[in-house]
Write a protein that binds this ligand. Structure first.
Ligand code: RB5
Length: 142
């Protein structure tokens, strides 16, 4: 189950991602927001981090205008590793090396075609389970 959250700057891109998830039968939970009316991105970051930490969702996708504010907010939560990715290489690397549990993107930065390739890569790349990376993630948690 994938948790989705956005602010007004990410709302249009979130709709494109929902279409992609539905076309691939990937289950998701849309935690808002629900329009392009201005809202505060930390609220939606928190909804998605809660859904992951409770075990209800395995991974999350967060979108604001740049992806920056919403990823900063999510990364304040212990156990969350939110990766801001605007290219496919980073999306793959952050799963392999950082075991990122949230993908963050900027709806004003990437178009839907690239964003969907980034999402697809993020969702379908497993953590490497390499000891070096496990050790580094443990250091982040400490
Ligand atoms: C909202 O205007 C904008 O500040 C927000 O979407 C995001 O880009 C913040 O980092």
């Amino acid at each position: 189950m994938i948790a989705l959250g956005c602010d007004h700057g990410g709302y249009d891109l979130k709709k494109e991602i929902i279409q992609y998830l539905e076309s691939k039968n990937i289950p998701y939970k849309d935690l808002g927001c629900d329009s392009t009316e201005a809202v505060d991105y930390p609220v939606y970051a928190r909804k998605v981090t809660d859904a992951i930490l409770s075990g209800e969702c395995e991974k999350g996708i967060l979108i604001c205008g740049t992806g920056i504010g919403i990823s900063i907010a999510a990364n304040k939560v212990k156990g969350i590793r939110a990766a801001l990715c605007h290219d496919v290489f980073s999306a793959e690397a952050t799963r392999l090396h950082n075991n990122a549990n949230i993908l963050a993107m900027g709806g004003r930065i990437v178009g839907p075609g690239l964003a969907i390739k980034i999402v697809d890569t993020f969702l379908h790349t497993d953590f490497s389970n390499d000891e070096r990376h496990i050790n580094r993630i443990a250091q982040i948690e400490d």
